[in-house]
Design a protein around this ligand. Structure first.
Ligand SMILES: *Cc1c(COP(=O)(O)O)cnc(C)c1O
Length: 429
């Protein structure tokens, strides 16, 4: 697999290099030179396979012969060692695709676990490597658990202090061992900025063998394509037509993966990009101006991002496929409307959480006659227990994965959003 840097198309790398580098020069994202396409017949065949076999095939289409087939399948099996997804009907033509049955109860388990397998496979010399990543909540947990106790790997996670939910924090800041967590006194964008800066620091990068684990890493993106195929595979045939998928967006990795699935030939009619009040993309799609505002804290905190990293990939894909960006559905939902719709869903008999609810609300507004709608359930409601309990006046039950960690002490360091401080930490701890 060959990829080019979106900011510097002359920089061409293969899959292994893209996984190791994360970002290219000038912090450019890597994008596949070839966009594979699967015939209709083959798609039908693929949809009949089991999840592991199918996922290995899909990844093989992109990765090619860079990783032996057998090895790839083994790694896919290790990564996706949990129940992938189910579809829950909430009203006549609206359904939730629940992607939160993995070990850290969010869809990020798919990408993070596959990436961890790729990094461990590619680290053939058994070098000491540092995974540095910023999280708006769920990435931290998924990445930490995916690398927990992995040999020769040190994981450092930055997150905005006080801006992630209590249980999100408990899930990964209580692990210890090779996992170090830093609470940054700032926003998620501040964290992301620090990470970018670290990757631009050549000396630091070399000394610590830095590797990113954000949704910018190509291995995470490719892994996420697999659950879109699984969704179609478990849908009754009659519902596979006129399929509309509404995606709650923060960094836009999830949406990019969905669009890549469509570009492979998966029959998805259209997508809706759903954001909270951090509405840089909806405003851009309305007036063509890219004007990120200051990040606002909302109850869907994993989407509190005003400079979404993956957006250039979305644009590139539309350009390469000659799709019309005007056909991408979009919208932004305030906390007030989110709360109202969370209650609405509850009345319909479905307990959700703020992120998925935003996707639900826009799907409900924008779905047309004869269309079949899926909104993505990106996290388990218990991860946002305080918020959800408060709005629904409920006491939702904690799943085991959370219960186990809820009384353990937090092990995080505190830091101001200051690059020199982070640099010191990376070199000393
Ligand atoms: C990360 C996350 C999102 C946003 O996904 P992106 O791929 O960054 O757009 C949405 N919901 C939840 C619960 C998340 O953790």
């Amino acid at each position: 697999m060959k990829l080019y840097n979106l900011k510097n198309p002359n920089e061409i790398v293969n899959f292994s290099q893209a996984v190791k580098l994360g970002l290219g020069k000038k912090q450019g994202l890597f994008f596949p030179i070839e966009l594979p396409k699967i015939s209709k017949e083959k798609i039908k065949k693929i949809l009949k396979m089991d999840f592991i076999k199918r996922s290995s095939k899909i990844l093989e289409f992109f990765i090619g012969d860079e990783i032996p087939k057998k090895e790839l399948k083994k790694r896919v099996k290790l990564a996706f060692n949990f129940f992938p997804t189910k579809i829950i009907q909430v009203s006549k033509n609206i359904n939730c695709l629940e992607l939160f049955h993995g070990p850290t109860l969010a869809f990020k388990d798919f990408g993070a676990r596959f990436m961890a397998q790729m990094i461990s496979y590619l680290n053939k010399e058994n070098e000491h490597i540092t995974i540095l990543t910023a999280t708006s909540g769920d990435t931290g947990a998924a990445v930490s658990h995916a690398f927990y106790k992995m040999k020769n790997v040190r994981v450092i996670i930055l997150y905005p202090k006080g801006k992630i939910s209590k249980f999100q924090e408990k899930l990964f800041c209580t692990l210890g061992d090779n996992i170090k967590t830093i609470a940054i006194n700032g926003s998620f964008d501040d964290c992301q900025f620090l990470v970018k800066k670290a990757f631009n620091d050549r000396e630091l990068k070399k000394k610590t063998n830095l590797n990113s684990a954000n949704s910018i890493n190509i291995s995470r993106l490719l892994a996420q394509i697999c659950y879109y195929f699984e969704a179609l595979a478990i849908l009754p045939k009659k519902n596979r037509k006129n399929l509309v998928i509404s995606v709650p967006c923060g960094n836009f990795g999830n949406l990019t993966a969905g669009l890549l699935a469509k570009s492979l030939g998966l029959p998805i009619k259209r997508f809706i990009a759903a954001t909270n009040a951090n509405d840089t993309v909806p405003r851009f799609l309305t007036n063509g101006e890219w004007k990120p505002n200051k990040t606002i804290s909302t109850i869907s905190n994993a989407m509190d991002i005003s400079q979404p990293n993956n957006w250039p990939r979305v644009e590139e894909l539309f350009k390469r496929k000659k799709w019309n960006l005007k056909k991408l559905g979009f919208g932004s939902v305030s906390d007030k409307i989110t709360k109202k719709n969370l209650k609405k869903l509850n009345k319909l008999g479905y307990t959700s959480e703020p992120h998925a609810t935003i996707a639900y609300k826009l799907l409900k507004d924008q779905i047309k006659n004869k269309e079949f709608g899926l909104f993505l359930g990106t996290a388990h409601p218990a991860k946002f227990k305080q918020t959800v309990d408060n709005i629904l006046k409920k006491d939702i039950i904690l799943p085991n994965a959370l219960l186990k960690r809820s009384n353990l002490p937090l092990l995080s360091y505190n830091m101001l959003p200051n690059f020199n401080k982070l640099r010191e930490f990376l070199l000393e701890k």
